[in-house]
Design a protein around this ligand. Structure first.
Ligand code: AMP
Length: 441
């Protein structure tokens, strides 16, 4: 099956082909015809599946093949609105719009907070057919009446689960009040929680529902490794692994911004060029870090979950969980950064005695046993007891569905846990392989 046979215009097929894509991915095979038909869509797909082209291409096709309705002032209106949870994702989606749309006459714009609003106001005075925006800044513009959404024909909620996690539900509802009820709505989400289903029920009209294999079900492309190690020796082990295996383009996750900064500094001192990326960094610093990481001049990027969300780096070879996430679903998102678009990747987790419950929750969610390996020289000290993981969540204590996967921000994650004590655990998968949190603690 080719892109042309999906019914896309020649100009779009040309742009896609130039980018080197010949065969549509499974999500594209299903999403493109569904969007071209004009109906609503509920799609379960995460980053790395090719979902962006799955909605951008048919949107471009529809816009060039139907005439625009002018606004009350007789101007060309914004016809498609794509909402994303983060600035990085907005920038990447808009870049895809420009790239796939390079042979068609449509203008796009990205819009997010944390940067001066005036250039955005200026740009909105010109023609914008497709707007890619984060909800907060979009509402700022709406309040100042610098954006007119009254003629939006197509709405996309990209990474809707993450938008809910980040507390954007009210903002989304406010945006809904500004756009026509008669529209095509596409909702993309990596997970289908009850919250997402409720949102989908309220926004979508008889949607086509599609779901492609999640990363955790395509594990053959991602090698997952867990190392049991003491809390205070994680940095030393990470430096060892990076140097020993000569890893490049390593995306490392921490739970907090503070931990991200500290780790990046320490790795730098160890001679491994690193930068941290998180919500407190300026847009310029984030863009720079991302650029250097992409072009290979930065060896390690240390990120929090929210900052990393939406980073589009294809064929990323290494993802490291320096700390396990408090929410098991985030593990799936994190490792989805590697082994993308058909290339192999490695996801490594450094797990200390505090994190046993978090690991169990991840194993339950991914339906995978992840036995911990102990590296000689890094044997965990059995006298070290589990400590509570405090202030671990960047989301504070926002409720989230799929609660069984929650490690519990501020709760003693490992303390009192059955596996944190002295009870021996059955070794699995070979002599050097032990269950995390077993007798070696
Ligand atoms: P996405 O899930 O949209 O973030 O895309 C993941 C990666 O796959 C991006 O780097 C895309 O450029 C790439 N990609 C998208 N569609 C295709 C395709 N049909 N063939 C090969 N790579 C693709």
């Amino acid at each position: 099956m080719s892109f042309a046979s999906l019914g896309l215009s020649d100009e779009l097929v040309r742009a896609v082909t130039e980018r080197g894509y010949t065969v549509p991915t499974p999500i594209q095979l299903q999403a493109i015809p569904a969007v071209l038909s004009g109906g609503d869509l509920l799609a379960g797909a995460q980053t790395g599946t090719g979902k962006t082209a799955g909605f951008v291409l048919p949107i471009l096709h529809r816009l060039i093949n139907t005439p625009a309705k002018q606004t009350a002032e007789g101007r060309m209106p914004i016809r498609a609105l794509i909402l994303t949870p983060t600035r990085e994702l907005a920038a990447q989606v808009e870049e895809s719009v420009r790239d796939y749309g390079k042979y068609v006459k449509l203008n796009s714009m990205m819009m997010f907070g944390g940067v001066n609003i005036n250039p955005q106001i200026q740009k909105l005075r010109g023609r914008v057919d497709i707007l890619v925006a984060t909800p907060g800044r979009l509402l700022d513009h709406a309040q100042q009446k610098t954006v007119d959404l009254s003629k939006v024909e197509i709405l996309v909620l990209d990474e809707a689960d993450r938008m809910l996690d980040m507390g954007f539900i009210r903002d989304i509802k406010r945006v809904m009040a500004l756009i026509p009820k008669q529209r095509q709505t596409l909702l993309f989400s990596a997970t289908f929680s009850d919250e997402i289903k409720t949102l989908a029920d309220s926004l979508l009209n008889k949607p086509t529902t599609i779901e492609v294999a999640r990363r955790n079900q395509t594990a053959e492309l991602i090698t997952q490794k867990v190392y049991a190690v003491d809390r205070e020796r994680k940095r030393e082990l990470l430096t060892h692994l990076i140097k020993e295996h000569n890893w490049f383009q390593v995306l490392v996750f921490t739970r907090t911004k503070h931990a991200a900064n500290r780790l990046a500094e320490q790795l730098d001192k160890d001679g491994i060029k690193s930068m941290a990326i998180h919500g407190n960094k300026s847009q310029a610093a984030r863009t720079r870090a991302l650029k250097e990481f992409k072009d290979g001049s930065l060896q390690v990027l240390v990120a929090t979950d929210i900052a990393a969300r939406g980073i589009d780096i294809s064929e990323l070879p290494h993802v490291v969980n320096f700390e396990l996430p408090n929410v098991a679903e985030d593990y799936v998102h994190r490792i989805g950064r590697t082994g993308r678009a058909g290339s192999e990747g490695e996801a490594t987790s450094l797990v200390c005695v505090d994190e046993d419950k978090l690991l169990s929750a991840i194993e339950r969610l991914t339906k995978t046993q992840m036995p911990a390996v102990i590296l000689p020289g890094f044997e965990p000290d059995p006298r070290i007891k589990a400590e509570p993981i405090l202030n671990g969540s960047q989301r504070g204590n926002q409720p989230r569905s799929g609660g069984q996967a929650r490690g519990g921000a501020g709760k003693p994650a490992g303390a009192g846990g059955a596996r944190a004590g002295t009870k021996p655990a059955a070794p699995r998968g070979g002599p050097a392989v032990h269950r995390s949190g077993g007798r070696n603690r």
